[in-house]
Design a protein around this ligand. Sequence first.
Ligand SMILES: *[C@@H]1O[C@H](CO)[C@@H](O)[C@H](O)[C@H]1NC(C)=O
Ligand SMILES: *[C@@H]1O[C@H](CO)[C@@H](O)[C@H](O)[C@H]1NC(C)=O
Ligand SMILES: *[C@@H]1O[C@H](CO)[C@@H](O)[C@H](O)[C@H]1NC(C)=O
Ligand SMILES: *[C@@H]1O[C@H](CO)[C@@H](O)[C@H](O)[C@H]1NC(C)=O
Ligand SMILES: *[C@@H]1O[C@H](CO)[C@@H](O)[C@H](O)[C@H]1NC(C)=O
Ligand SMILES: *[C@@H]1O[C@H](CO)[C@@H](O)[C@H](O)[C@H]1NC(C)=O
Ligand SMILES: *[C@@H]1O[C@H](CO)[C@@H](O)[C@H](O)[C@H]1NC(C)=O
Ligand SMILES: *[C@@H]1O[C@H](CO)[C@@H](O)[C@H](O)[C@H]1NC(C)=O
Ligand SMILES: *[C@@H]1O[C@H](CO)[C@@H](O)[C@H](O)[C@H]1NC(C)=O
Ligand SMILES: *[C@@H]1O[C@H](CO)[C@@H](O)[C@H](O)[C@H]1NC(C)=O
Ligand SMILES: *[C@@H]1O[C@H](CO)[C@@H](O)[C@H](O)[C@H]1NC(C)=O
Ligand SMILES: *[C@@H]1O[C@H](CO)[C@@H](O)[C@H](O)[C@H]1NC(C)=O
Length: 377
Amino acid sequence: MKNYLSSSQMTLRMFAADLLVLSSILSAAWCLSVLNVSVPKTLNSTSGSCLLIPCLFNISKEKQNILDSSPEVTWRRGSLWSLYDTDGFTIAHRQKEPVMEVVGDLRKKNCTSVMRNLTSLHSDRYYFRIQAVNFSVTGTTAVHINVSESVAEPNVTVPVLREGEEVNLTCTVPAPCPSHPPNVTWAPALGGEVTQRTHLNADGTQSVSAILNFVPSVHHHELKVNCVSVLPLHREDRPLLSHKVVILNVEYPPKETWISLTGLVWLGDNVTLTCQSKANPPAVHRWFMKRAGVEEELSISRVLSFTAAHENTGEYICEAQNLYGAMNSTNLQITVLGQSVLETIEFLHCYTSVFLNHFGTSLESEHFFRKFRSLNN
Ligand SMILES: *[C@@H]1O[C@H](CO)[C@@H](O)[C@H](O)[C@H]1NC(C)=O
Ligand SMILES: *[C@@H]1O[C@H](CO)[C@@H](O)[C@H](O)[C@H]1NC(C)=O
Ligand SMILES: *[C@@H]1O[C@H](CO)[C@@H](O)[C@H](O)[C@H]1NC(C)=O
Ligand SMILES: *[C@@H]1O[C@H](CO)[C@@H](O)[C@H](O)[C@H]1NC(C)=O
Ligand SMILES: *[C@@H]1O[C@H](CO)[C@@H](O)[C@H](O)[C@H]1NC(C)=O
Ligand SMILES: *[C@@H]1O[C@H](CO)[C@@H](O)[C@H](O)[C@H]1NC(C)=O
Ligand SMILES: *[C@@H]1O[C@H](CO)[C@@H](O)[C@H](O)[C@H]1NC(C)=O
Ligand SMILES: *[C@@H]1O[C@H](CO)[C@@H](O)[C@H](O)[C@H]1NC(C)=O
Ligand SMILES: *[C@@H]1O[C@H](CO)[C@@H](O)[C@H](O)[C@H]1NC(C)=O
Ligand SMILES: *[C@@H]1O[C@H](CO)[C@@H](O)[C@H](O)[C@H]1NC(C)=O
Ligand SMILES: *[C@@H]1O[C@H](CO)[C@@H](O)[C@H](O)[C@H]1NC(C)=O
Ligand SMILES: *[C@@H]1O[C@H](CO)[C@@H](O)[C@H](O)[C@H]1NC(C)=O
């Protein structure tokens, strides 16, 4: 019972202390506004790498002179509640703290800092603090630092790829530690050129892009291309890899158009003609027919079906078209055989006599040619 009381008393005392801290922070934030700090809300980095914290600040005019007295500038970690509770930190705790170095010019209100030797244990909220001989102040805006064991997947942007039109594929990877940036590449390079570029983002962080400049061809269609990011780390000899695969979709006009026909065509057959084409995006197909020198458009469809009749004899053409162009198949001659029993016999008789005239005796041939000449004269 006694134990319980004392522990609850302690909790109360701690709560009172927290309230005191909170009120002092609130007064600092809303009444005095001695120090305003501008940092990104969250920053990500990787265990074994470093982290640049872009940071700018304003300090009230009355306190500005402390910047000339080379004050101690640090970052305090923790929640707002435990912010000032740093005396509780043991030496062991301190050794586990990240190495923080202010690299910005304080007189230019630049508190940009680098955090080194990062481990995931360093994930926390951090507050910027200026400490002079007789004055110290802590910013009330925290940067939430997230140190993970992995790296984010690269961000790849692929525009519409058209055959023969030069394009850029862009792969972007954050570079939280600009002194050890990732090496970003494209593989394969598709006969193009890869250039690397470093960007300064609006929030002061940096990123590295690999730009692949190439001219897409039909052979690149459905090809896999890999963007690979290699991040050097301090903690190990082995760098950390991340990658993203993209499957290319190259658009092109119809390349090949042909008609596939199933079976022979006899009178009364059900005929199916299919228009085949190689095109991206897929083509729209149109059918044409030429008969006795007259051309007509039959339908807009990939498949043409009919029950064979005399008037279906003619030349068939299919056209494949997409937004990039059109291409016609070669003409396909369809002759509907066996119009009637009599016609068939006539056809076979004619066929037989021509055969005999070609391959029969020379006498018969001479007879045929004489007859042929007399007919022509
Ligand atoms: C940090 O990483 C998380 C998860 O990967 C992501 O959602 C977030 O946008 C990242 N933040 C920044 C500032 O890059
Ligand atoms: C500092 O003051 C300038 C001018 O008033 C303002 O533009 C800037 O946003 C302020 N920066 C911060 C961190 O408060
Ligand atoms: C900090 O920001 C507050 C609110 O925007 C403003 O009233 C105050 O003057 C700023 N302080 C400094 C030192 O810039
Ligand atoms: C702040 O300092 C860093 C490190 O020197 C520098 O890269 C950055 O450009 C500075 N920012 C501004 C706004 O001057
Ligand atoms: C950072 O880590 C490396 C490798 O573990 C070590 O050699 C170096 O002394 C560390 N730097 C600091 C400042 O602790
Ligand atoms: C201590 O504070 C006073 C009043 O703000 C100031 O005049 C003096 O320069 C400060 N001393 C140092 C060493 O910064
Ligand atoms: C921190 O990073 C991890 C891994 O990238 C992610 O899952 C998590 O959402 C991140 N947290 C924040 C607050 O960005
Ligand atoms: C990837 O980059 C594009 C273009 O820069 C951007 O609009 C998009 O938000 C980015 N996506 C991620 C997950 O960062
Ligand atoms: C590709 O990037 C290069 C270099 O940045 C630029 O000169 C070119 O105009 C870009 N091409 C296209 C099609 O965007
Ligand atoms: C980046 O990677 C490419 C391909 O692996 C390599 O040729 C190049 O030397 C690397 N660049 C750096 C700076 O490591
Ligand atoms: C042709 O198709 C029609 C309608 O689908 C069907 O009635 C007929 O039996 C078919 N003819 C042949 C020879 O398959
Ligand atoms: C395909 O053939 C039809 C019929 O002859 C014609 O009208 C059309 O213009 C041709 N299309 C192409 C792309 O040659």
